[in-house]
Design a protein around this ligand. Structure first.
Ligand code: C2E
Ligand code: MG
Ligand code: MG
Ligand code: MG
Length: 279
């Protein structure tokens, strides 16, 4: 009896795997097509400078509207792209769209620095510097208006190669940020080794009303660490007004989160800038 049951279970399990890998395969094909058609879009989320209360920068976030399934979250299609080797193409498309928009804002007289998320494979591929050069030239975009967000795991893959690449990006004036700080590797030595301009504190370390007292201590310590190493500090995932006040008091430089605005299409972002100007 047990055997039969076990056998059935294995059968069900196999069917599930087959089903899900079939779905994965379909989704991969759909993503491939979306990339060919360039139908991936980019939303922009403002970063607020806390001392001036001005929007100075934006993070570019990839969006995929699937023709049948609707919006697929980045937490699904980014790992899919990473697994299937599509991330280079996706990353380049996002970089292109972001530089194009940053240049448009620049021409319109807005000094908005646009930050683009970069996956490990893009750094490893060795073509990032060349792509960035081409885009800055093509769009006549000042390098200081482009920031690249890297994660701890990205940097750990091949540290020496990554450092060289980062150095040449930085020599051009491109800004470099470490994203999701605190969620990856436990060693902090890389903060000294990598040429970084900005530290983004992960949402999980933010002060909150209903959080523990220790969270405030961590936020404070991370801000001090960043500043001590000559970096600017951004708090991400800020959802409450009280957090904004707290972060300002703690000397955090920038805040990003739903309390300021969700990520929005470029046109809405421009509207946001215009509304603030006329306030
Ligand atoms: P991330 O780079 O840490 O981006 C911030 C994420 O937090 C975004 O999620 C954003 O919508 C979300 N967020 C912003 N403010 C708040 C808030 O107040 N509360 C909460 N709960 N969330 C907030 P999103 O757009 O879903 O992207 C998720 C992740 O996917 C990104 O995390 C990034 O790691 C990755 N990703 C997105 N676009 C790209 C891309 O073009 N290339 C690469 N390599 N990764 C990307
Ligand atoms: Mg990011
Ligand atoms: Mg982040
Ligand atoms: Mg995050």
């Amino acid at each position: 009896r047990c055997k039969t049951l076990g056998g059935n279970r294995i059968q069900v399990y196999n069917d599930e795997i087959r089903q899900s890998s079939l779905e994965q395969l379909r989704l991969e094909q759909d993503l491939r097509r979306a990339l060919e058609e360039r139908s991936i879009s980019v939303y922009f989320q403002p970063k607020l400078e806390l001392i001036t209360g001005e929007i100075r920068a934006a993070e570019a976030l990839a969006r995929w509207h699937h023709p049948e399934q609707g919006n697929i979250p980045p937490s699904v299609f980014i790992p899919l792209a990473e697994r299937t080797g599509l991330i280079d193409q996706l990353g380049l498309l996002v970089l292109e769209l972001s530089c194009e928009q940053a240049a448009r804002w620049y021409r319109e007289g807005y000094n908005i620095q646009v930050a683009v998320n970069i996956a490990a494979q893009q750094v490893e591929s060795g073509s990032l510097v060349r792509q960035v050069d081409r885009l800055l030239t093509e769009h006549e975009l000042p390098a200081r208006l482009l920031e690249l967000e890297l994660t701890e795991s990205t940097l750990m893959e091949d540290a020496e190669a990554a450092i060289m690449e980062m150095q040449s990006l930085r020599n051009r004036g491109v800004s470099l940020a470490i994203d999701d700080f605190g969620t990856g590797y436990s060693s902090l030595s890389y903060l000294q080794r990598f040429p970084l301009d900005v530290l983004k504190i992960d949402r999980s370390f933010l002060v909150s009303d209903h959080g523990s007292k220790n969270q405030g201590t961590l936020t404070r310590a991370i801000i001090a660490l960043g500043h001590g190493l000559g970096m600017q500090v951004v708090a991400e995932g800020v959802e409450e007004t009280e957090q904004l006040e707290e972060l300002k008091l703690l000397g955090c430089d920038f805040a990003q989160g739903f309390v300021i605005s969700r990520p929005v299409p470029a046109a809405d972002f421009t509207q946001l800038l215009q509304n603030r100007k006329s306030d």
